[in-house]
Design a protein around this ligand. Sequence first.
Ligand SMILES: *Cc1c(COP(=O)(O)O)cnc(C)c1O
Length: 350
Amino acid sequence: MALEIEKIAKSKIADVDFNNLKFGQIFTDHMFECDFENGEWQTPKIRPYQPLLFDPSAKVFHYGQAVFEGMKAYKDDKDDLWLFRPDENQKRINISAERLDMPAFPKDYFFEGLTTLLKMDKDWVKTGEDSALYIRPFIIATENCVSASSSNKYKFMIICSPVQAYYSGEVKVVFADKYSRSANGGVGFAKAAGNYAGSFYPTKLANQDGFQQVVWTDASTHEFLEEAGVMNVFFRVNDTLLTAPTSERILDGVTRKSIIQFAEDKGIKVDVRPVRVSEIVEAARKGELLEMFGAGTAAVISPINAFSNKGEVFDLPKIENSYASLIKKGITDIQKNKAEDKFGWRVKVQ
Ligand SMILES: *Cc1c(COP(=O)(O)O)cnc(C)c1O
């Protein structure tokens, strides 16, 4: 396939302090883009990372017709680059796109673009425990027209940002009993931009009360626990891990399904079933709720220290040998080519 490449005149990498990266603020030298026009994807390009020029009437600004992905690349000690289950992200952006009535982006374009971009910006991926390259593919509606209907022009892009470990510090969460992030028949299963916009206000209210995140419950009854912020959520009650099944309201996270498979392989019992607020509150009262954590690409696993339900705050115990740390280490070792990958998750960039 044809891929036009324009290289940056001089790399910006020398200006970057890789020891003080704030998540998602610095981008690599190049970006991948491809426009959809006249019913088809045009010749894809890699160009120096730069601002885009849009007409103010571009549909994405008015109707939020936009979807994205989040994935990471890792560099091992031999300077080889690795992706983690990238097919899952490639498939999922098209599942999201279909729900937002956007055209699917072809698999061969996706991987040719991603691989070429990663090889060009390889120096931006640092080795070492804490470093990775966060990869953000996205599709936006670019037709210049404010009529409320699907666009007939789109832009697919991939941009990349070097990141360090994601230390979230203490994470206290509030169980949602008023706001929702998704509902049956909605777009909750898609990585649709508007899902995130809609979650910021309830999250701000939680922040004002001293909590970092909202654990979303089902929109109709608020009796079932579904996601933690922009992550899937797991609960450890005694020695069993609980997590909700994916649904049209819950995003089918790559990290979530990897955790389930990894944990089961380690002999940990995992129950994938609807999780009631009442059973988690009860388990916390009895001292049987040992862990709660969010699961997503950015942090892999983000432990939760406390939760609030209807104004009552419950602290989780501090335990040794947590499932969270065992599973996080197991999965990150596979991601970084430090452990055998019996699941076939790791893909070399070449
Ligand atoms: C991206 C995302 C996740 C996590 O998905 P991963 O594939 O594990 O990164 C979970 N929930 C929501 C709402 C998300 O947007």
